[in-house]
Design a protein around this ligand. Structure first.
Ligand code: NAP
Length: 326
């Protein structure tokens, strides 16, 4: 089969389209013929310039060479392992590919509990856009953020992969949603349900006197003290990503701030792949309450260009890799 293989440390151009052996599903795995995959931040992080120590770690210990990247997949079940109960060949599924043999390839294996049936109203392209970004938005808002109907919720980084899901999921919980994005994305943010849009290039939401019950910070940098100021007295701040300094502040200072005031602040951790949440997302997609926003699609051999584009940090929604049409 054809796959995009990470050959050595370097820029995304080190990824090469190669002929490799088709993976065999383990006992609890499903072999999926991949119709589409999508790009996430975790796909480009390894191409960011590493320190000498980081590079040494990568080459000596992490040893990524030979890996196939790409977590999100959507496709058709080709074969199942002996203990798989919920899927059979021919089923259309979406989810997260297993470990080092990822979704930028014609076939990928996934654990049975990391897949769900693809909603019938969704194309493979749209389904491939969902898993990592959708799970991050759902778990950040529902589990860490404890979102409630009627709450005032602000999403910072609302126009990206995670953010476009977060706006729609927050609306599905009955929240009043403010989306923070740049000028070029404000119409899109409104079209997916944002009640109010703040252009971060023109206004600093941490300085305008508005207060929110829940702030979900996905992209862009503000100091923890600025987020604290923008929260209602019992408000909740959840950091999902963004600048490294923002993540570190949330991890190190968030728990301290939470202990001394009524406000809760912290990092959500890494989103966990599980079938129940994929099915919850599937129900929202089936009902049309969430519609994936896809800015661009690339063929398999253009994965390096797709990764370069997402790594620039201004993708509108998701970038999809189209692999097989039949
Ligand atoms: N915790 C987890 O498990 C988890 C999972 C997935 C992702 N993440 C993290 O979440 C972050 C975002 O991921 P993503 O996939 O959504 O990224 P993405 O798709 O690359 O996000 C791009 C978006 O960010 C917006 N943006 C850039 N600078 C901004 C700023 N200063 N203020 C507000 N918005 C800004 C851009 O909007 P404009 O073009 O309008 O500027 C663009 O639409 C990454 O840091 C990633 O590592 C965490």
């Amino acid at each position: 089969m054809k796959a995009i293989v990470y050959t050595q440390y370097g820029p995304p151009d080190v990824l090469q389209l190669m002929e490799v052996a088709k993976p065999e599903p383990k006992e609890d795995q499903v072999l999926v013929k991949v119709h589409a995959a999508s790009v996430n931040a975790l796909d480009y992080r390894r191409f960011e310039k590493l320190s000498v120590m980081g590079r040494l770690m990568e080459e000596r210990f992490i040893k990524s060479a030979g890996k196939i990247l790409g977590a999100d997949i959507a496709g058709r079940v080709e074969a199942i392992g002996a203990s798989v109960k919920k899927f059979q060949p021919g089923d259309e599924v979406f989810g997260v590919a297993a470990g080092s043999k990822g979704g930028f390839s014609e076939f990928a294996c996934a654990a049975e509990h990391h897949l769900a049936l693809k909603p019938s109203n969704l194309s493979f392209d749209a389904a491939a856009a969902v898993p990592v970004a959708g799970l991050t938005a759902l778990q950040g808002l529902r589990d860490k953020g404890q979102i409630q109907p009627g709450q005032k919720v602000l999403i910072n980084g609302a126009s990206g992969g995670v953010g476009t899901f977060a706006v729609q999921i927050a609306k599905s919980f009955g929240a009043e949603v403010t989306a923070v994005c740049s000028t070029r994305n404000q119409d899109m943010a409104r079209s997916i349900g944002a009640d109010c849009v703040i252009e971060y290039t023109k206004e600093d939401f941490t300085q305008n006197g508005q207060r929110y019950d829940l702030i979900f910070a996905i992209n862009g940098f503000h100091a923890l003290s600025a987020y604290q100021r923008a929260l209602n007295p019992r408000g909740n701040y959840v950091c999902a990503g963004g600048a490294l300094s923002q993540i570190f502040q949330s991890i190190l200072l968030g728990p301290l701030v939470s202990r001394i005031g009524g406000k809760k602040m912290g990092f959500m951790g890494i989103a966990k792949t599980n079938q129940k949440d994929l099915m919850d997302l599937g129900a929202l997609l089936e009902d049309g309450k969430v519609v994936p926003v896809i800015e661009k699609c690339y063929p398999l051999d253009e994965v390096p260009a797709a990764i370069r584009y997402v790594a620039e940090g201004h993708a509108r929604g998701k970038v999809v890799i189209q692999i097989s049409l039949s």
